[in-house]
Ligand binder design. Structure first.
Ligand code: AP5
Length: 215
């Protein structure tokens, strides 16, 4: 069983690679971004509270996201967990460490996906996802099929764009990443967990690099 964190700025490709690891290795993806978007869609009180914060590209409080992860992490899973977009602050990283300890789990690797900011704008503004299964598309590199049938789930789907996928929110998301999340690189380096991959490589090549790291 392998438990990993995918760490990187918005658009680094965390979700894209996480979905592959779920399919190829039977891992469980825990994406706090997806959980928060689900709360918004289902109209929960928490979902309403976080909506404007997310649209502005700011981070939701530690308390909320730690609570979401606590709910989902009930014990070991044979395939292991992928933490996607969590932790994002030092407080979240400490909380995750304590939670894993409590369940007798260990963190095997923190994979930093290195990208350069210039690539992120076009990746983010060109992104869409299948409303049925969440498969990630990109107008430039992986366009929506012309027949509207998702290549992953095989369903005729509605393809959605995120409210925070615009240049202004992205600028704020990047600022949040550099101020609050990038210190985690040093944190996990010091713990001996940090590994890096070139997130600017082709999707297939990034996947191969991650597979190589996981053995
Ligand atoms: P979240 O949903 O986690 O968004 P994010 O971190 O900004 O990351 P993204 O989902 O935008 O990017 P990604 O790295 O997954 O890239 P993807 O694979 O889609 O968070 C959203 C918001 O929720 C936050 O702003 C915050 O408000 C809140 N939140 C979430 N977690 C929180 C936490 N822990 N604490 C506090 N607040 C939290 O790829 C992007 C595009 O690029 C796609 O179109 C894809 O096809 C393309 N692409 C991917 N890889 C490649 C490649 N190698 N080459 C070319 N194109 C590629």
């Amino acid at each position: 069983m392998t438990n990993i964190i995918l760490l990187g700025p918005p658009g680094a490709g965390k979700g894209t690679q996480a979905r592959r690891l779920v399919e190829e290795r039977g891992m469980v993806q825990l994406s706090t971004g997806d959980m928060l978007r689900e709360a918004r869609t289902s109209g929960t009180e928490m979902g309403r509270r976080v909506a404007a914060v997310m649209d502005r590209g700011e981070l939701v409080t530690d308390e909320i996201v730690i609570g979401l992860i606590e709910e989902k992490l009930n014990g070991a899973h044979a395939g292991g967990f992928i933490f996607d977009g969590f932790p994002r602050t030092l407080a979240q990283a400490d909380a995750l460490g304590a939670l894993l300890d409590r369940h007798g789990l260990k963190l095997d690797a923190v994979i930093e996906m290195q990208v350069d900011d210039a690539a992120l704008v076009s990746r983010i503004t060109a992104r869409s996802t299948c409303g049925n299964c969440g498969e990630v598309y990109n107008d430039l590199t992986k366009p929506i099929p012309s027949d509207g049938v998702c290549t992953s789930c095989g369903e005729k789907a509605e393809f959605k764009r995120r409210a925070d996928d615009n240049e202004e929110s992205l600028r704020q998301r990047l600022m949040e990443y550099y101020k609050k999340t990038s210190p985690l690189i040093g944190y996990y380096y010091a713990k001996g967990n940090l590994r890096t991959v070139d997130g600017l490589a082709e999707i297939e090549d990034v996947a191969k690099d991650i597979a190589h790291l996981l053995g």
